[in-house]
Design a binder for this molecule. Structure first.
Ligand code: KIV
Length: 269
């Protein structure tokens, strides 16, 4: 007996998951082999993150990642994916003007991305509006913005104070109004992530943001225990599972079952 092929994940499908309160599972991948593994394990969204600068290229930050790098890794990743929705990062300074944003988003979409991710609000709200009015799907990204690491003074928790938390909430609303379809929230307090998730109509995907977002994302190499320094919010799923495929299936089950991330970050080993 043959089984029907699984339907590809779409933006309306991800929105319906938020509305049904089904958790969205996201992981990074940067090449066809690991993208296939992640896709076959049931991950909904594959992110070709500019974190590849650190985990693939061995750079200290994401800032050196170029559009050529992103287009190459997006094309490699897309060849391994059958079901998942594919997000690709617009890297540092690749979308500072509408013209650059349009040109570079088109490169990533032609390489196989279904949507592009842009870090920040402020001037990027109008850039995101410019893209979405031209039917490019965009994922916004607030909280810790790795492309702004020098301005932020390091990889630290963001929006801890009432003023910065209020600003993030306002920015999230502005980005959703501008047409963003998804919002990554990185390293923000869980209660703020909950407030944002309840206040905007689009799915939120958290990383280091507690258990209340509509979905979760991790860097694949971190959750496989391959990165030299695992972030405080990440668990080594490979140590618990034995093989990369089992580790990713375990992550999918833990996120869908609301066991990861835990309510208290203290319990992450
Ligand atoms: O580049 C990346 O992998 C990301 C995630 C950390 C969200 O942006």
């Amino acid at each position: 007996m043959t089984t029907a092929p699984e339907k590809p994940v779409t933006l309306p499908g991800l929105l319906a998951m938020k509305q049904r309160q089904d958790k969205i599972v996201c992981l990074t991948a940067y090449d066809a082999t690991l993208a296939r593994l992640v896709d076959e394990a049931g991950v909904d969204v594959v992110l070709v993150g500019d974190s590849l600068g650190m985990v693939i290229q061995g750079q200290p930050t994401t800032l050196a990642v170029s559009m050529d790098d992103m287009a190459y890794h997006t094309a490699c990743t897309a060849r391994g994916v059958r079901r998942a929705f594919i997000l690709a990062d617009l890297p540092f300074m690749s979308c500072a003007t509408p013209t650059d944003a349009a040109h570079n988003a088109a490169r990533l979409i032609r390489a196989g991305a279904h949507a592009v991710k842009i870090e920040g609000a402020g001037p990027y709200v109008s850039i995101i509006r410019f893209l979405t009015e031209r039917n490019v799907a965009v994922c916004a990204h607030l909280g810790l913005l790795p492309q702004s690491v020098y301005k932020l003074g390091g990889y630290k928790m963001q929006a801890r104070e009432p003023d910065s938390a209020r600003q993030l909430l306002t920015d999230a609303g502005a980005l959703a109004d501008a047409g963003a379809s998804l919002l990554v929230l990185e390293c923000v307090p869980p209660d703020l992530a909950l407030k944002v998730t309840e206040n905007i109509p689009i799915p939120t995907i958290g990383i280091g943001a507690g258990p209340h977002c509509d979905g979760q994302v991790l860097v694949l190499y971190d959750m496989l225990g391959l990165s030299p320094k695992r972030p405080w919010f990440c668990k080594d799923f490979l140590a618990e599972s034995g093989t990369p495929g089992a580790a990713v299936r375990h992550y999918v089950a833990e996120v869908r079952g609301r066991r990861f991330p835990p309510t208290s970050p203290v319990s992450i080993g």
